[in-house]
Design a protein around this ligand. Structure first.
Ligand code: SF4
Ligand code: SF4
Length: 314
């Protein structure tokens, strides 16, 4: 028993969970009471909180391109957001997804609810991984055409047609926005209203919530349920942040190395079974691999009985 506890403490994944938890606290500034820092990170977070330390780079990219903060018909190239993706991607690849992203952390937490996971065939899994690139493409298409309409004129009618999707099309429906900003705000308003009005009156107000809210809630619940059955399903299949980082991950200095002498390959496959992102570890070059899907959670490193896999840099 003692040995098992000691083994668990020494695992990368114990450290990773601590880092995920502390990052979550740091992001929301609830504990540290820090002011906003001028930092954009390529992780799925929210812009809707009053108190937060850092911003998420993809929302910043959409808002800057569409010129959201300017009343005039101007846009600006999103240097900061692009720099955030590039610098993080090249230096440490997709590891913020594994160690820092608040929505990744939530998926890991709900993943504990069910130990036995759903099997998705390799073909279906392979096809589904393209959905995130499709979502990224649609979001960029809307944002860039809106940006172009600002430069060429006629953006007001286009903005009217796009409605809430004009300035940050992905963020309008982002499950992180719903989970970390919309729902807490609603709970807070609800608590205040209950103190001031009769409960029946407050409850009847639920009927008048906007259709957009119900769509956001439906998406969030669907994604969380999916994450209970399929580890990191949002990250693997839907996240546009993950899509950008997957492209950059290939060029990352950070990677993993599998010692071909220690690895017994087909006889074991413990690393492949442990991987939440379904990376085909044993089919990749042993010298160094940085697969687009790998989030550097290091579960494969922990689970390898022969200690054959190790992180490598550069
Ligand atoms: S892929 Fe997952 S971990 Fe990475 S930014 Fe998206 S939600 Fe976060
Ligand atoms: S290959 Fe290893 S480090 Fe990468 S996602 Fe899979 S288990 Fe995590």
């Amino acid at each position: 028993m003692k040995v098992k506890i000691k083994q668990n403490i020494l695992k990368f994944n114990t450290l990773r969970r601590i880092v995920q938890f502390l990052s979550f606290l740091f992001f929301s500034t609830i504990v540290f009471n820090l002011g906003a820092l001028p930092i954009l990170l390529p992780v799925l977070w929210t812009w809707g909180l009053q108190q937060k330390t850092v911003g998420d780079a993809f929302t910043a990219l959409q808002l800057m391109l569409s010129g959201w903060y300017m009343q005039s018909a101007a846009t600006v190239f999103p240097w900061l957001a692009v720099a955030s993706f590039l610098i993080v991607g090249i230096l440490i690849g997709k590891s913020l997804c594994g160690w820092v992203c608040p929505f990744g952390f939530i998926q890991d937490l709900v993943g504990f609810i069910k130990r036995k996971k759903m099997e998705i065939s390799p073909e279906t899994h392979g096809s589904m991984t393209y959905i995130k690139y499709f979502i990224l493409g649609i979001v960029l298409l809307i944002t860039l055409t809106f940006s172009a309409s600002k430069l060429l004129g006629g953006y007001k009618s286009y903005a009217g047609a796009l409605g809430i999707f004009a300035y940050a099309p992905f963020t309008a429906l982002s499950p992180a926005e719903t989970l970390f900003a919309t729902l807490p705000r609603m709970v807070q308003n609800f608590a205040v209203a209950v103190m001031e009005k009769p409960v029946s009156e407050v409850l009847s107000g639920i009927l008048y919530l906007s259709p957009l809210f119900w769509v956001q809630l439906f998406i969030l619940i669907g994604i969380l349920i999916f994450a209970v059955y399929v580890p990191r399903s949002w990250c693997k299949y839907f996240c546009p942040h993950g899509a950008i980082m997957a492209i950059l991950n290939k060029f990352s200095f950070l990677g993993l190395r599998r010692d071909p002498v220690k690895c017994v390959k087909g006889k074991c496959r413990e690393c492949v079974k442990a991987c939440p992102m379904r990376v085909r570890i044993l089919d990749l070059p042993w010298e160094k691999f940085s697969d687009p899907e790998c989030i550097y959670c290091l579960k494969c490193v922990d689970e390898c009985p022969n200690k054959a896999i190790k992180p490598t840099y550069p």
